[in-house]
Write a protein that binds this ligand. Structure first.
Ligand SMILES: Nc1ncnc2c1ncn2[C@@H]1O[C@H](COP(=O)(O)OP(=O)(O)OP(=O)(O)O)[C@@H](O)[C@H]1O
Length: 274
């Protein structure tokens, strides 16, 4: 099994002795310590996937990279500088189909995001929005409202909105988790294609081992109780479903999760054939 070798050539994210929790203050004795002593690095332009048992802290880590959570201890560096707050260099895509503004058309959702975060002129924002809708193959729905879209189209539109911000990092929290199997597979393939075309760094949380191995260049396995990083596996050579390397890495990841006493129903979810 090929484990990650620390390469300091072009790191976009570095977490150093990172502790995260949801304490309201240092004197809050009832707080939940979520992530403990996490150390990891993400290279620019990779697809870094996080897996682990439900509730172990995957979303919490994404929130911290996004700047929505201040570390209790340690730090997260983005391009060598500590993350203190959210910024347009990091864009989120969530699992929730309702992440678009319901009262705006698909095009306006993107134009609005561009105008608020990038402060670019409206015509330029419209042109950029249209090009990203083309990229995610939903240009035909530009003038529709979210309620008129299928789940897959909503996720494509949310992806277009995030990509249009041209972030350094795309943070994706189970983006395909609520889709049917066929749409999910299609979007996985398209995400790979978009990644190759844009070169954006992707950090993606998933419950699916198959999705992790297929999409990831590295997969970070987290354990719960305590919530720590178990290992980081190089999956960059295991893109082909059904290849020996794909199966070997999938088995290894599954065994790591079982080893960490993941509940049986979670194992079933993690192993689900999509
Ligand atoms: N806003 C919050 N306030 C307090 N505790 C929280 C908050 N958000 C999450 N938690 C707790 O932090 C822990 C980690 O939650 P998190 O959502 O990061 O886990 P996860 O691994 O993403 O879970 P899942 O796979 O089920 O989505 C959980 O115990 C959760 O209850």
């Amino acid at each position: 099994m090929k484990l990650r070798q620390q390469d300091t050539t072009d790191l976009i994210v570095q977490a150093r002795h990172l502790y995260l929790d949801y304490a309201q203050s240092n004197t809050d004795s009832h707080h939940v310590a979520v992530v403990k002593d996490a150390n990891f690095a993400i290279e620019r332009g990779e697809k870094f996937v996080i897996i682990g048992p439900s509730g172990c802290g995957k979303t919490t880590l994404l929130k911290a990279i996004g700047g929505f959570l201040t570390p209790l201890q340690g730090d997260i560096l983005l391009d060598g500088k500590p993350v203190h707050k959210p910024g347009p260099d990091r864009a989120f895509v969530f699992q929730d189909f309702e992440q678009l503004f319901a009262w705006r058309t698909v095009l306006d959702n993107i134009v609005y995001a561009l105008q608020v975060t990038k402060r670019i002129p409206k015509q330029e924002a419209i042109s950029k929005a249209r090009s990203y809708l083309e990229l995610v193959q939903v240009a035909h729905a530009a003038d529709k409202y979210p309620y008129q879209l299928s789940g897959g189209m909503k996720q494509r539109a949310a992806l277009a909105r995030a990509l249009a911000l041209e972030p350094a990092i795309l943070l994706m929290d189970e983006p395909f988790g609520a889709l049917d199997a066929i749409t999910r597979n299609q979007l996985q393939l398209e995400l790979n294609d978009i990644w190759q075309r844009t070169g954006v760094t992707i950090v993606l949380v998933t419950h699916s081992i198959q999705e992790a191995v297929f999409l990831g260049t590295h997969v970070m396995v987290m354990s719960s109780s305590p919530a720590m990083i178990r290992e980081i596996v190089d999956t960059s050579h295991a893109e082909e479903f059904g290849s020996k390397e794909f199966d070997d890495i999938s088995k290894h990841l599954r065994s790591q999760l079982i080893h960490h006493e993941t509940r049986s129903e979670e194992i079933a979810q993690l192993s689900a054939v999509e």
